[in-house]
Design a protein around this ligand. Sequence first.
Ligand SMILES: *Cc1c(COP(=O)(O)O)cnc(C)c1O
Length: 371
Amino acid sequence: MSTAERAPILLTPGPLTTSPRTRRAMMVDWGSWDSDFNALTADVCSRLLAIIHGEGTHTCVPLQGSGTFSVEAAVGTLVPRDGKVLVLINGAYGKRLAKICQVIGREFSTFETEEDVPTTAADVDRLLNADPSVTHVALIHCETSTGILNPLEEIAKVIEAHGKRLIIDAMSSFGALDIDARQVPFDALIAASGKCLEGVPGMGFVFARSSALAASAGNCHSLSMDLQDQHAYMAKTGQWRFTPPTHVVAALHEALTQYEEEGGLAARHERYANNCQTLLDEMAKLGFRSFLPAAIQAPIIVTFHAPKDARYTFTEFYGRVREKGYILYPGKLTQVETFRVGCIGQVDAQGMREAVAAIAESLREVEVFEI
Ligand SMILES: *Cc1c(COP(=O)(O)O)cnc(C)c1O
């Protein structure tokens, strides 16, 4: 198939390019009461839980909606109304988490570093010493607004040593970067169907520490976002409380089967790391500089400085790359002009090379020479 005939490859961090098998799994209608569908949900949840080795300690609670819905649900359900959240910020998703606390009325404080500076365990140690009223710390594992990786394991250990609870937004890392619940203590880890598992968007899920979830009845500000209630109902009936995203669940089930066939987390990580390295190498040949140093770059999404050439505009560039079959992602930084290229989804290193070739050709067409 020529690039003009096939649907464009999404080099975006969700929605992303899915496999034909995953898309075909949506060609069946499921009844929400049907025992086959309930079995499908239960199977998805237990396979998700196995990825983090959370059997016995954590409970996977699925929730309708985009990833943010699940972040909001986790904060609203697990942080008591008189709790206080310390939000660690180095990008837009950290800011969004603080906004959630503000909107749902949980007391919070923030600690913000530059977008190319990871939060450190020493920062968190100092902050928790300074404010004993903090009950929960919220961290974005891979901050998708740049692609920066925060040192989750070290931070989690410090939080545990202080006797505080950790909430992790692992939306863009779960499934590709190793997070082991037996090693990393946390009360909630949040991810979604349409990221590294390569399902379609439409549902999130929260791995909640089972004891914390059981103790959270009555915390939530919202009926539909109450994960304790969602779980209690599902445990009793096997069903979702409200209309489930049936096709999304079926697609995720099929995507998980392919994930396991590919070789699970290790293989997914290797493919994405390979995509990321190929992208960095090929873009460097064109003269592009990435925003983050390699040591803190997660293999999920890469931020590049925009060309300096006065003839460059993102809109024109985006449109020309799109005509060649690739969807790029705008930058999300306020200080410097950038654009982003995702490394995740049904794409391999050869696909990344072809994408960079499309980028090079697009720049030639608009006579942008100064990168
Ligand atoms: C994708 C993502 C989310 C969720 O965003 P939605 O638009 O609600 O799906 C949250 N946090 C991070 C780090 C993400 O990458």
